[in-house]
Design a protein around this ligand. Structure first.
Ligand SMILES: Nc1ncnc2c1ncn2[C@@H]1O[C@H](COP(=O)(O)OP(=O)(O)OP(=O)(O)O)[C@@H](O)[C@H]1O
Ligand SMILES: [Mg+2]
Length: 236
């Protein structure tokens, strides 16, 4: 489903060059549940932004569902982001003046679906995360955990092939974090492919595979034996 080969991402800052990613090869199969870990500045968010087509590599190839993303223009990339990728961020990124329902329906506006259909799909997505009873609330009328659930519902509303979460529990207390991870566990069990960036071992322990980056390179890629009973070859 996802294949990265020889990925490099360089940032030029004046006469200094930052190698945010320095030769990354990575395969992520359908319905994997992967944690991306590593110290601050190691390249996790950079890798996430590439996976989510928010950014393009300086070098290397990214194949998403068989298509080389380098061949896509900005319009096509925006469409891939809208259809194939669901994003969840640490700080929720909800629109403060829109209701929960409208926040979740928002990504569907670009699909040209009629309003009633957008509403139906948004309600369905909110029910999936246990918030079918908060449709008309504004984000600031919700708890942090509920806000993150709304963000997950929004990420899922377009049925993306890949759910990407960058430190999704970074702003939550430990109990609420566990609830959000239980939701990810459930989505994965229902067939969703999930990639979570985290630096918390407790969060990574939910995932079936852990990829560690350091200095822009993958330094470890292992299956979490306590979370899987199938050999990795079957997941691919
Ligand atoms: N837009 C940018 N311009 C220049 N350098 C950047 C840019 N974005 C990231 N970097 C550099 O690339 C490296 C990797 O950054 P990245 O944000 O991917 O790290 P991270 O692993 O997500 O860290 P954290 O855990 O703190 O979020 C860092 O050295 C950072 O300073
Ligand atoms: Mg980061």
């Amino acid at each position: 489903m996802i294949e990265l080969s020889g990925i490099r991402k360089l940032y030029r800052m004046g006469d200094q060059e930052v190698r945010a990613l320095d030769g990354v090869d990575l395969f992520i199969g359908r319905n994997e549940y992967m944690a991306l870990i590593g110290p601050s500045g190691s390249g996790k968010s950079t890798l996430m932004n590439l996976l989510g087509c928010l950014d393009t590599p300086t070098e290397g190839h990214y194949l998403l569902n068989g298509r080389d993303t380098a061949t896509l223009d900005d319009n096509a990339l925006a469409q891939v982001r809208n259809r194939e990728i669901g994003f969840v961020f640490q700080s929720f990124h909800l629109l403060p003046r829109m209701t929960v329902l409208d926040n979740v329906a928002q990504p569907l506006v670009y699909r040209g679906l009629p309003r009633a259909e957008r509403k139906r799909l948004a309600i369905e997505s909110l029910q999936r995360v246990g918030l079918g009873n908060r449709l008309d609330h504004l984000p600031n009328q919700l708890s942090g955990g509920q806000r993150q659930r709304v963000a997950v519902a929004r990420a899922l509303v377009g049925r993306p092939s890949l759910l990407l979460a960058d430190e999704p529990t970074g702003n939550l207390d430990s109990r609420t974090s566990a609830e959000i991870m239980a939701l990810f566990d459930e989505l994965h069990a229902q067939g969703q492919t999930v990639v979570v960036v985290t630096h918390e071992p407790d969060i990574a322990a939910h995932c079936h595979r852990t990829v560690r980056v350091n200095d822009g390179k993958i330094v470890e890629d292992r299956i979490n034996p306590s979370r899987t009973n199938a050999p990795q070859a079957e997941a691919h």
